[in-house]
Design a protein around this ligand. Structure first.
Ligand code: HEM
Length: 394
């Protein structure tokens, strides 16, 4: 196992992390990544194995749980009840409740609404060059998830601001100022939801918040803290990655000179899967090891951590022919963009639907769409999404 050094904030890496992944993977599936101080998995087989191995998980073993300084409490109090940070039995109970509400019928039923929303957003595009991220990629998923939960969509700007501040806690370039902003956002978000849930108790509707409130009333199934954390998780996870996946997708199609021909109803599913494989928006997640074990012949001890590089797994030549080539016509094989195993993305069907509607709609309505400046990725690793995507309608 080699020891690798690569700063996750190095500008060249932020713009294109794939050469580093390819060089690492060519030397073997697991390497020590110095900057993270832990072993990292670069191959599809190693990443998938770890995601599915129940002897690893996201929740720290009690003796390893880092002490939380008082100033960070508002943020970690929300995280403490978030299914994404938990393992069974709490994870199982929370995930089951959310999955019951995310039925394929409810998701598929959103299609006409998503189409209408795309049309409205495109109607409002400014003349001349403009940034497609705030005008389109950002708006669509935040409004959809707000409606699905039953939170007023006029709150979209607040939701975006709180969410952006909170997710900055997961990036390599975290600073004390970001931590303070994340804590303030977590507190404001929780305050809003506590007040809103109180008000909503007497106004049931056909939405997710009504179902979660009913589970909370039952007491056994959901505590009030879990209700608040679940809403925050869904609202944040429900748009952060989709924004970047949509932005990366538009960039990819424009740079490869591909548009309506790969977005037809018979090809759109394959094209979206290829976008998610080729340039996924989330590149790394970590796992704690719960018992002494081996991964690909290498020993790990309880309390070790391992980084799983989804972005590297998706370009593994053992699985995909010419993985560095963007080819929407390649046969679809399961990629790692949505993870795997117990924490597999709850929102995958929704994210796919949003992209399958938003991309064809955009190119059909704006057939001359072109890049007006070279797109740049934001310095937000392990997120991999664009800072700006300035386009012209042509
Ligand atoms: C293209 C867009 C998206 C991508 C690439 C993505 C990716 C992921 C990944 C990789 C994980 C697993 C993390 C891990 O194993 O440590 C995850 C979990 C999760 N995602 Fe997504 N996601 C997307 C959109 C969404 C949407 C639209 C929702 C809306 C509800 C959502 C909700 C969740 C939730 C609740 C979890 C936690 C699941 C659990 O812990 O059991 N995601 N997502």
């Amino acid at each position: 196992m080699a020891k690798l050094s690569q700063s996750p904030t190095d500008p060249a890496f932020v713009q294109d992390p794939y050469p580093f992944y390819a060089a690492a993977r060519a030397q073997g599936p697991l390497h020590h990544w110095d900057e993270y101080g832990m072993t990292a998995a670069f191959s599809h087989a190693a990443v998938t194995h770890c995601l599915k191995d129940r002897r690893m998980g996201r929740e720290a073993p009690p003796e390893c749980a880092p002490a939380i300084p008082d100033r960070l409490r508002p943020f970690y109090e929300i995280e403490a009840h978030s299914m994404l940070e938990l393992e069974p039995p709490r994870h199982t109970r929370l995930r089951r409740l959310v999955l019951a509400a995310f039925t394929s019928r409810r998701i598929a039923g959103l299609r006409p609404e998503i189409e209408a929303l795309c049309d409205q957003l495109i109607d409002a595009f400014p003349d001349g060059d403009f940034d497609l991220i705030p005008a389109y990629a950002n708006r669509l998923p935040v409004i959809v998830i707000a409606r699905l939960l039953g939170v007023p969509e006029e709150m979209a700007d607040d939701l975006l601001a709180w969410s952006n501040a909170m997710v900055s806690m997961y990036q390599a370039r975290r600073t004390p100022e970001m931590e303070a902003a994340a804590c303030a956002a977590a507190a404001a978000f929780a305050d809003f939801l506590r007040g809103y849930v109180e008000e909503r108790r007497s106004r049931p509707a056909d939405d997710l918040i009504t179902e979660l409130i009913a589970a909370e009333a039952d007491g056994e199934r959901l505590s009030t803290d879990e209700l608040i954390s679940t809403c925050i998780l869904l609202l944040n996870a429900g748009h952060e990655a989709t924004v970047h996946a949509t932005g990366n997708g538009v960039k990819c199609l424009l740079e490869h000179g591909m548009r309506c021909e790969v977005l037809t109803p018979d090809r759109i599913e394959g094209t979206v899967e290829e976008i998610l494989r080729y340039d996924p928006p989330l590149h790394m997640f970590t796992r704690w090891i719960y018992e002494d074990l081996e991964v690909m012949g290498r020993p790990f001890k309880r309390g070790d951590r391992i980084a799983l590089l989804l972005g590297a797994a998706n370009r593994d030549p053992q699985v995909w022919e010419d993985p560095e080539v963007f080819d929407p016509s390649r046969p679809v094989k399961t990629n790692s963009a949505f993870g795997a195993g117990a924490h597999f993305c709850v929102g995958a069907p929704l994210a796919r639907l949003e992209m399958q509607v938003a991309l064809p709609k955009l190119f059909a309505r704006c057939p001359g769409l072109r890049l007006a400046e070279a797109p740049r990725y934001a310095d937000l690793y392990h997120f991999h999404g664009l800072e700006r995507l300035v386009v012209a309608r042509g």
